[in-house]
Design a protein around this ligand. Structure first.
Ligand code: GLC
Ligand code: CA
Length: 567
């Protein structure tokens, strides 16, 4: 059997609302994406993953789906989607879409029916329970703040939502729900979509006993932990992770998820060559290696604000050591929920150089890399000062709650809420040193403010003219990757003897070896790499291709990225 395409692919996440606005309403759209497919082809990516493009009230920027087989009118039409698919395929770019199965929008006709009466045939499509002593059924919280239950005045019962109240959880115990979702899946597969990124997949079941969590923590603590925690996912820090597990353990990763994955995989396997990529870091959801998800994200790599060689090596050992069968890894440096990699993994002084190191890392580790739109030009987080501009409900909740429950001053609450929320990494794509960074025509008002650093070279057009830019560097790494098969398909082996100031590893395939050495410091370092034959530079941030090096005498320049063939 030939190797599946997705093992070799470089994927690129598009956040549709912020990618490219074709009609001047300040909102990115499908025609905007179509206009930029040449850019993506030149960049050298093999597939795109679109964050949700479905009709949605946009409470959670599309992750609240009101129709699983349509297109958000602000983004275009189903015909636009078909054109996007055809134009992408013409350029050999695969198209993945987001599949939000845990919950729908509260405006989805299914939920409108479900809430209409206690004996509506769709009542059981969602998770309804009577209250307890006039309050919610139990003490569970929503991960986005506040109780996980909202009372429906019409019927007097409470519905469950792990996320915002406008995102009621579907009841995955109900076979009709499953069948309806699989129909939607087939609808897109029939159209030619290449696969799905499965949203929030670990949350589809909750503990059926509805037992209270036994954590002493409440909403205020939840907020405090989040404000304190590393800027990324809340469960990154071990201490915080343990506290979160006590709070949310009954609401995530319950038995039954494997069965859903096997079913879904069955649907996917009715078609050739399609992909299931789960928004989870749990390798066990890859099943035996070929019966559940094809890929899950290596989020633990991001569980730090310092990508030190020790951290990366430990991460790789653990991840690669636990893959079942011939399951394949999947690495990323961030997405629309995390801080931007430039800045986050920087040191405040050499962020640009470190961005190249980390780009090279994610593109040369073993696994399918997933890039996030804008990271290739080094876009950084943009913290909104004014709470009136917040679009992410997490920020709105954090701002309100920090004042009300933590007694914070409004200014501090706003700053904390901006850092905690996700607007910061969702600002419009920076295409050019032009008004609105070229995202939307001059005069239009983008849905989120543009980061002003577009004027300082953080944009596509300027970087295309600058051979030293991050964009051109990213292109070069992608070109090198395509040329050297071991970088794509090879095994991974450590080659740095546990050094603290650099990381080096060998990717090997079919008798060929490629060395990757990354200096993560601002000093020049001696790297005695564990290979026995001569090296030939394939790509370096500091030297010319073709240069020959002795493996015992490699001196890496500050923040050097070195990719060399062995022998
Ligand atoms: C996922 C999405 C996030 C969304 C949440 C609820 O984590 O990535 O953006 O808010 O699910 O759908
Ligand atoms: Ca638009």
């Amino acid at each position: 059997m030939s190797r599946e395409w997705w093992r070799d692919a470089v994927l690129y996440q598009i956040y549709p609302r912020s990618f490219a606005d074709s009609n001047g309403d300040g909102v990115g759209d499908l025609p905007g994406i179509i206009d930029r497919l040449d850019y993506l082809q030149d960049l050298g990516v093999d597939g795109i993953w679109l964050s949700p493009h479905y009709p949605s009230p946009q409470v959670d920027v599309g992750y609240d789906v009101a129709d699983y087989t349509g297109v958000e009118p602000e983004y275009g039409t189903l015909d636009d989607f078909r054109t996007l698919l055809a134009e992408a395929h013409r350029r050999r770019i695969r198209v993945l879409i987001d599949l939000v199965v845990n919950h729908s929008s509260d405006r989805h006709p299914w939920f409108v029916e479900s809430r209409s009466s206690r004996n509506n045939p769709r009542r059981d499509w969602y998770v309804w329970h009577p209250g307890r002593n006039g309050g919610p059924p139990n003490n569970w919280l929503s991960t986005f703040g506040g109780p996980a239950w909202t009372r429906d005045d019409g019927t007097g019962e409470w519905y469950y939502h792990f996320f915002f109240a406008e995102q009621p959880d579907l009841n995955w115990h109900n076979p009709e729900v499953r069948a309806a979702m699989y129909d939607a899946v087939r609808f897109w597969l029939d159209m030619g979509v290449d696969g799905f990124r499965l949203d929030a997949i670990g949350t589809v079941f909750e503990d059926p006993t509805l037992a209270d969590h036994d954590s002493p923590l409440g909403e205020a603590d939840l907020l405090r932990m989040r404000l304190e925690g590393p800027a990324g996912r809340p469960h990154d820090d071990k201490r915080i992770a343990a506290a979160f597990l006590r709070l949310f353990g009954r609401q995530i990763d319950q038995p039954g998820v494997h069965e859903v994955f096997r079913e879904l995989r069955g649907v996917i396997d009715e078609y050739d060559d399609r992909l299931l990529l789960g928004e989870t870091s749990r390798i066990e959801y890859q099943g035996t290696g070929d019966d559940e998800l094809h890929l899950v994200f290596n989020f633990p790599l991001l569980g730090t604000d310092r990508l030190t060689p020790e951290w990366i090596r430990a991460n790789q050992r653990l991840r690669l050591g636990s893959l079942p069968g011939d399951a394949w890894p999947c690495n990323t440096l961030g997405n629309h929920d995390t801080p931007r990699m430039t800045g986050r993994f920087g040191d405040g002084e050499h962020d640009a150089a470190l961005a190249k190191v980390h780009t090279a890392l994610v593109l040369t580790l073993k696994g399918t890399p997933v890039l996030y739109n804008g990271d290739e030009v080094g876009m950084t987080d943009f913290l909104l000062q004014d709470p009136a501009l917040f679009r992410d409900g997490i920020s709105t909740w954090a701002y309100r709650t920090a004042i009300a429950l933590l007694g914070m001053a409004p200014g501090d609450a706003a700053a904390g809420a901006a850092r905690l929320g996700r607007d910061k990494c969702r600002t419009p794509m920076q295409w050019a040193p032009a008004p609105n960074a070229g995202f939307t025509p001059p005069g239009a008002v983008p849905w989120l403010p543009v980061n002003p650093n577009f004027a300082d070279g953080v944009n596509v057009a300027d970087q295309e003219r600058d051979p030293g830019s991050l964009l051109e560097f990213t292109r070069r790494v992608l070109t090198t990757r395509r040329r050297l098969r071991p970088l794509v398909a090879g095994e991974y082996r450590e080659a740095d003897g546990g050094a603290a100031d650099h990381i080096a590893y060998v990717r090997s395939f079919d008798g060929e070896e490629v060395l990757v050495a990354l200096n993560t410091t601002a000093a020049s370092v001696a790297a005695r790499v564990a290979v026995s034959r001569q090296l030939t530079v394939a790509l370096s941030s500091h030297r010319a291709p073709g240069e020959r090096l002795h493996p015992q005498e490699v001196r890496l320049a500050p923040f050097e990225v070195l990719v060399a063939t062995v022998g």
